[in-house]
Design a binder for this molecule. Structure first.
Ligand code: NAP
Length: 260
């Protein structure tokens, strides 16, 4: 068994799907553990084995994708010698992972919800022992099946989490609010939602080639409609709000880490 996934909720399941779709691992090389009964259904759907916590000892590596609050319960159940661990738990540092799991073969990773469509940005970091045992390289390859992977110093992990991992929520709020604006001005709800999604996707594509300020300037003709909308956003402090959102989420990441 090359990999066991503990916790097959939204993220665990998406990563499982990415790994199998990319043929990084074969179904018989993967096992899943979850306290929810639907783990049986997930296992049947993907042709992987359901493992009990004690059966985890057969796994070379374990991906921990439960909520951070569940780590104190889960850690004693999954600690086995000669196992490498990869955690995607927000705010849980390699120091805490090392203490809880009793090994320095730990990789801390931070994907985002776009893993569900293979478009995550994932940061990874691990101590020398994880590098030497091949755990870090394994994690890089694993997360490459669901998007782009970045090596990031651990001191920036909370910022990465507050920005990249939380951003789907911020951007979804922008989409919803745009649609509400359309509805307020008379566009039917379903159409407004589709338009909002389409414009975010298109702008995301443009951002690959153009600086955000260039896009804004290109759309804003002198005395035109867009610059009036832009001014309204500035008056409401949209930039400050987003900067504060990243800062607040980053600080919450620090706090969660300290709770441990
Ligand atoms: N969602 C995101 O956008 C995102 C992004 C980056 C990182 N993360 C991190 O990814 C982790 C998982 O997030 P998620 O959104 O996938 O959460 P989730 O949907 O709640 O999935 C966690 C799963 O683990 C199960 N579980 C709880 N205790 C367990 C145990 N002792 N053994 C085995 N399974 C257990 C949960 O069951 P119950 O529901 O019954 O407890 C649930 O099915 C979190 O640590 C989060 O910080 C999430």
């Amino acid at each position: 068994m090359r990999l066991a996934i503990v916790g097959v909720g939204k993220m665990g399941r998406s990563i499982l799907e990415g790994i199998l779709k990319a043929e990084f691992l074969a179904p018989q090389e993967v096992g899943v553990v979850d306290i929810k009964e639907y783990a049986q259904g997930v296992a049947a759907q993907y042709g992987v084995k359901v493992l009990t916590h004690s059966e985890l000892r057969v796994a070379e590596r374990v991906l921990i994708s439960v909520q951070p609050k569940d780590l104190p319960t889960v850690a004693p159940q999954i600690t086995h010698p000669n196992t490498g661990y990869i955690s995607i738990m927000a705010g849980v540092s390699t120091r805490v992972l090392t203490e809880r799991l009793g090994t320095r073969r730990v990789v801390r990773a931070m994907p985002n919800l776009a893993a569900t469509i293979g478009k995550s940005s994932t940061a990874v970091v691990g101590p020398r022992e994880a590098e030497e045992a091949g755990d870090l390289e394994f994690a890089r390859q694993l997360f490459a099946t669901v998007g782009d992977v970045y090596d990031l110093p651990e001191r920036l992990f909370d910022a990465f989490t507050g920005m990249s991992a939380s951003a789907p929520a911020y951007v979804a709020m922008v989409a919803e609010a745009l649609a509400d604006g359309g509805v307020k001005m008379g566009i039917p709800r379903a159409q407004a939602l589709k338009l909002a999604a389409d414009v975010l996707i298109a702008t995301g594509e443009l951002l690959r080639y153009k600086h955000p300020a260039v896009i804004k300037d290109e759309v804003s003709s002198p005395g035109g409609t867009t610059i009036h909308g832009v001014a309204a956003l500035e008056a409401r402090g949209i930039r400050a709000a987003l900067i504060e959102a990243v800062q607040a989420a980053t600080l919450r990441g620090h706090e969660l880490g300290q709770d441990e």
